[in-house]
Design a protein around this ligand. Structure first.
Ligand code: CA
Length: 238
């Protein structure tokens, strides 16, 4: 397992890296947001299985780094922070973080979480293959065309009138889910379970946030229609 540790505190980073290496992880240390993003560039940088991201970085806000990582690479991110408040936590998860650990943490628990997100990510990647059993999330070859919008499932690329639109991982998953059955109403619980793989109640608000951000990023507010009291459906523009 290859881990990218983003932490500006040398002492904390050295101690944590030592523990993680003792547990068989290969650890690369990035001291700030810029180094982290550079390390994640697909060419010629190495690939990682998990990013452990400290939110308090000297050069950039950790939340901003998280959302840039999301735009750049499909890799699980665990945020590490002293900010224990629920708001930060929800904000982090909205930006596509896969998990959230509050300092001071127990190393055993951290290791368990690292393995859990990596495992979940590998499973999701396997399920995204064309041979997957899930009839809803199974990608079709090539792109789905929804009026001016194209959604390429294998490459996770979205364009509007030929222009690339950068989406977070969950935004893409949500769009891809709705786009595979235009006109069909998806229930909120169904979407939350498919996209977030949880039935956690707090995700309800997260879903709204993602729908709003998709509408605005695609500049097509009518693309995703709210079906009051039920859920959402995708309406293909004429
Ligand atoms: Ca820090």
């Amino acid at each position: 397992m290859r881990l990218l540790l983003v932490e500006d505190d040398e002492r904390v980073a050295a101690a944590l890296a030592a523990v993680l290496r003792k547990h068989g992880l290969s650890v690369t240390h990035a001291r700030n947001g810029e180094e982290a993003l550079r390390a994640l560039l697909p060419e010629p940088g190495p690939a990682y299985d998990v990013v452990l991201l400290d939110l308090g970085l000297p050069d950039q806000d950790g939340f901003e780094v998280c959302s840039r990582i999301r735009r750049q690479a499909a890799i699980p991110v665990i945020m590490v922070t002293a900010r224990a408040d629920v708001r930060s936590r929800i904000h982090g998860l909205n930006l596509g973080a896969d998990d959230y650990v509050v300092k001071p943490y127990d190393t055993g628990e951290l290791l368990a979480r690292i393995h859990a997100v990596a495992r979940r990510h590998t499973q999701e990647a396997a399920e995204a293959l064309p041979a997957a059993q899930d009839p809803v999330l199974r990608p079709q070859p090539g792109a789905l065309w929804l009026g001016p919008v194209s959604v390429e499932l294998p490459t996770r690329r979205v364009t509007v009138e030929g222009e690339d639109i950068a989406l977070t991982r969950k935004e893409f998953d949500l769009l891809a889910l709705l786009a595979q059955r235009p006109g069909v109403v998806f229930r909120r619980e169904q979407i939350i379970s498919e996209v977030w793989r949880t039935s956690w109640e707090g995700t309800g608000r997260t879903l709204e946030v993602h729908v709003a951000s998709l509408r605005s990023k695609l500049r097509l507010p009518a693309l995703i229609e709210t079906v009051r009291g039920v859920g959402y459906r995708l309406v293909v523009p004429a």
